[in-house]
Design a binder for this molecule. Structure first.
Ligand SMILES: Cc1cc2nc3c(=O)[nH]c(=O)nc-3n(C[C@H](O)[C@H](O)[C@H](O)COP(=O)(O)O)c2cc1C
Length: 316
């Protein structure tokens, strides 16, 4: 099993991050992941208040001294960004995963204190940019990933980035079993970041209908929609998703072409979409917009996080 360079990034037994997932990742999941030799990260946005956010970090720290991370949305849409960054720094979380925007401020603030910064990227240009800014690693989000996926397959993206970068490449997308982890490592990845399969875990806070959907549906049922956040998002093609379609409406598209309206319409689509996803995740509603990636193919039951982690690491 490869022990380097992931051990210098987050010092776990196995080179796996339980990926940050909006509305899903929580302290219970991360504690279980850490107990089973992998690390985990939580989006700061999963907490309504700074107080709740701090409590979650303290809860994990009280449980273990193993390394875990926080995901920050670093663009302007996240009005809580500065406060969240300050809390990460004050609490000395072990690593920060940045998404959607320039990580410069985050890197400058976190690195001098020994907090590692891993940046989501989907192509070489951006990967080179974050490397130049001082990122400790890139998270290469490929076309098989759940959530806001990339557009290159892991098979193409990982070797390209490994070849061009000096910093480690963590691969995100399409991992549901141990063999998938091995494939990514063989392509040169230092570690993998795994999200979808952990939605169907006992500790995950979403409704049992959402978890069961991961068991019942398969990879062929995953579609890309721009209806929810304005950019491509992977969702399960439920009857509700089929009924609303996967393309933003003509009016939204028209308004996005207008320079002045663009910013507001984008924000409006994102807020409305996030609300719909939040409602569907937490309660029984016919408006089922369930975010998940094609790796639901490997989900056959709802299990504890520890059992899922054990499956991923069984053959490493
Ligand atoms: C339901 C869901 C929510 C997600 N939310 C976030 C998020 O808030 N921030 C982020 O950086 N990535 C998010 N992602 C992407 C994951 O961090 C990770 O890149 C992805 O799940 C890896 O692909 P996989 O689902 O095939 O394992 C999300 C993915 C899913 C499935």
């Amino acid at each position: 099993m490869s022990t380097s360079p992931h051990t210098s990034l987050f010092n776990t037994t196995y080179p796996i991050i339980m990926a940050p997932m909006f509305l899903i990742s929580n302290a219970a999941m991360v504690k279980a992941a850490l107990d089973h030799g992998i690390t985990g990260a939580i989006p700061a946005l999963n907490y309504r208040t700074d107080e709740e956010f701090r409590t979650a970090i303290d809860e994990i720290r009280a449980h273990t001294d193993k390394a875990f991370g926080i995901n920050l949305i670093v663009n302007k849409s996240n009005v809580k960004y500065k406060k969240q960054l300050q809390t990460c720094i004050e609490k000395r979380v072990d690593f920060i995963i940045t998404s959607l925007g320039s990580p410069e401020e985050c890197i400058n603030a976190a690195k001098p204190l020994g907090i590692k910064v891993f940046c989501d990227v989907i192509d070489l240009k951006y990967a080179l940019k974050v490397q130049a800014l001082g990122a400790d690693a890139v998270i290469a989000v490929n076309a098989e990933a759940g959530g806001h996926c990339g557009n290159m397959s892991g098979k193409d993206l990982i070797p390209m980035l490994v070849e061009a970068l000096d910093i480690p490449v963590i691969s995100a997308g399409g991992v549901s079993e141990s063999a998938d982890v091995k494939k990514a490592l063989a392509l040169g990845a230092a570690a993998v970041s795994v999200g979808t399969v952990f939605i169907a875990s006992d500790e995950s806070p979403v409704s049992s209908d959402y978890k069961q959907a991961l068991v019942d549906y398969s990879a062929k049922d995953i579609v890309l929609t721009t209806k929810m956040s304005g950019s491509h998002l992977t969702v399960i093609n439920t009857p509700y998703v089929q009924s609303i379609g996967t393309e933003a409406s003509w009016l939204e598209r028209l308004m996005k072409r207008n320079k002045w309206l663009k910013k507001y319409i984008k924000m409006f689509i994102a807020l409305r979409g996030m609300k719909a996803i939040e409602n569907a995740a937490n309660k029984a509603t016919y408006k089922t917009v369930w975010v998940a990636g094609p790796s639901i193919e490997g989900v056959h039951s709802i299990d504890p996080v520890g059992a899922i982690a054990d499956r991923l690491t069984s053959d490493l």
